[in-house]
Ligand binder design. Structure first.
Ligand SMILES: [Zn+2]
Length: 104
């Protein structure tokens, strides 16, 4: 279980850090964004392909997510290889698409 504060991999609210940490931030960001169309507490299959390569072959699993209704933490799991984790502190980042992009 990988528990991640997504801001650990970002330079600021909208910029992933350079290199590997930034790639992880973008991956986790896509997972977070995939969940917004669904109510909290619902297990959602996303279009995000698992990042793992067990035995040097790309895992074919698509990440599933569920967002905690109270904390907003996003739990994710790959049904193929079992890779899983929790992402938090994503509110206010560029992947928080509940945030208005411009003032109304
Ligand atoms: Zn996988």
């Amino acid at each position: 279980m990988m528990v991640t504060d997504i801001r650990d991999f970002m330079d600021d609210d909208s910029s992933p850090a350079p290199g590997r940490p930034g790639r992880l931030a973008r991956y986790l960001g896509r997972i977070v964004m995939s969940d917004f169309a669904h109510p909290p507490g619902e297990l959602v299959e996303t279009g995000v392909l698992c990042r793992r390569r067990p035995g040097h072959r790309r895992c074919t699993g698509y990440i599933r997510v569920v967002r905690a209704p109270d904390t907003g933490e996003v739990e994710w799991i790959c049904p193929e290889c079992g890779d899983c984790g929790v992402v938090y502190n994503w509110r206010g980042t560029c992947w928080d698409i509940q945030k208005p992009l411009w003032p109304h």
